[in-house]
Write a protein that binds this ligand. Sequence first.
Ligand SMILES: Nc1nc2c(ncn2[C@@H]2O[C@H](COP(=O)(O)OP(=O)(O)OP(=O)(O)O)[C@@H](O)[C@H]2O)c(=O)[nH]1
Ligand SMILES: [Mg+2]
Length: 354
Amino acid sequence: MALSIGIVGLPNVGKSTLFTALTNQGGLAANYPFATIEPNVGIVPVPDARLDALAELDHPAKVVPATVEFVDIAGLVAGASQGEGLGNQFLANIRETDAIAEVVRFFGDPDVVHVAGAVDPASDVDTIKTELILADIATVEKALPRLEKEAKRDKVAVKKLEAAQKVLAGLNEGHRARTLGLDEEEVEALYDLHLLTSKPMLYIANVDEDQASADLPEIDGCKPVPISAKVEADLAELDEAEAAEYLEAMGLEESGLARLVREAYRLLGLQSYFTSGETETRAWTIPIGAKAPQAAGVIHTDFERGFIKAETASFDDYVGLGGEKGCRDAGRLRQEGKDYVVQDGDVMHFKFNV
Ligand SMILES: Nc1nc2c(ncn2[C@@H]2O[C@H](COP(=O)(O)OP(=O)(O)OP(=O)(O)O)[C@@H](O)[C@H]2O)c(=O)[nH]1
Ligand SMILES: [Mg+2]
């Protein structure tokens, strides 16, 4: 299951430009607000140099990276929740994403219209925050009559109703659902509502090309990830070697996509482990703290159900000792059981029985 990220922001801030560059496929970028009127969904391979290193050793028939899904929607303007602009109706397209990335305009270019008249990241972030909160208020208010009805005949539904009332009060005071300190039970009770402000959020600062490696100040308590949509668009046109050269010339260590994905993994508490052999070298995404059977379950539920053990090597050992055989000969291939907490970069081979 790919990690999914919904892209939001004011109109004309470069969402579709970035989306197109990241997904390297035909989104619509144009110099006028509301260029995006159809939701765009793109699947992007997660850049991971470790995967290449493994493939170099094992010469598999295919290499399968982890993937991230991006969903690009139309820009939101102040008043979107009251039907202003087109953005609000598209919010439904990002209800089921795992996280929201807000693109904030930092680039100057006077030729590109700014809907609010001037480049002002803090104010833009505030506008979008308000619209997302208003959208959530509408969602909760719409659900309340049903929850009240259900609460009259069902104890579990009472919890849902109380959680909804609590979150509504917080939203009305201008807080995101995520910052209301809801406990696990309340979060669970509200899950069905897919509140936008309950999702983890990251900010993408769409900066001028020369700012792509800038260290930007926090907005709303979060450090924005600087990305130049222009640079990413250029990168999408280049082959691997050219892209590496270009990044170096720009003084960048990696692409904006790589930085963005890493930030999203960190935000969501995710990591990767690998399987590698003749047929396939592949990256799998799991939560930090996942145990071996849960990691196996990402491949197939049978692997989890029938889990016996996992032959495991660290990434460094695997590459340093020349693969599985080398690890086995050096006594570095561990037999891990069902309580093993998988580490980032582990190369694993599951034994199971169903
Ligand atoms: N100079 C400069 N222009 C950019 C950059 N990113 C986007 N643009 C331009 O800004 C305009 C709007 O870009 P889009 O990607 O369509 O913006 P959007 O956020 O998707 O807009 P809506 O879909 O209308 O909400 C286009 O003309 C882009 O070429 C950038 O990093 N630098
Ligand atoms: Mg767009």
